[in-house]
Design a protein around this ligand. Sequence first.
Ligand code: KIV
Length: 291
Amino acid sequence: MAPTTAPDPSRKPRTVPSVRGTKVRRGDEPLVMVTAYDASSARTVDEAGVDLILVGDSLAMVVLGHEDTLSVTVQEMAHHIAAVARTRPGALVVGDLPWMSYHVSEADTVMNAAELIRAGAQCVKLEGGTKRVPMVEALTDAEIPVMGHLGLTPQSMHAMGGFRVQAKDSAAALALVADAKALEHAGCFAIVLEGVPDAVAKLVTDSVEVPTIGIGAGTHCDGQVLVYHDLLGLEDRRPAKFVRRYADQHRDAVDALSRFAADVRGGAFPGPEETYHLSEDQAEALSLYGS
Ligand code: KIV
């Protein structure tokens, strides 16, 4: 099928340095990041003009049907990153390092990240603060740009006791600031802040020179990210408080598919306009065979 999107030719492709240099307090526009997991969703978000496409490990839940993000593998992530990258988006492609791909050793981390880069990611994202510094340094030494992810980090769901808002007291807020500074110092070019109070997100954003990208972190970040399926209402599950639905595509899809099923069952599909017809002389020649 031919691509349905026509990329804006005047749009400059996003790069890691251009994202690293974005800071709302310096007058820049907030960054827009949306997840995508295949060619179709990548073309759609890129045509909408987002700055970054995150091939997130949320893939595990919204595409692969798992209960959490812990089951997805490096190979599965690479498979979906490749599909997104083949569309050659103008947005920067961020590949999420899945759980246990950057926890064992620096060497493992670099080799796993390399698999995502070879699949087409332009940088990787990993969860966690100060204790990830050696991994971030090993990746940046290997010329692999790294985005950090702090706050409610879904890969730590068992340690956190579920998906819970983090940094709700001043000690935890200050620890989060220390984590953000450690990630920045280790070389992260941007930091996702998930599920933290807005005042804490502001403190972190004010404390670092790299952009923060919030999800459930209020308005003071240098950008916002949402999951494609949440934003478009592709699921009928109750969304988290921080999700704003801009469409109800689940309802629209169920309605369209029900009408298709009814048309097939009632003989209304396919109609003459959806059917290939023989020319009149060939139809007549064929009818002679039948008689
Ligand atoms: O995997 C993902 O979609 C994410 C975002 C929620 C930031 O990490």
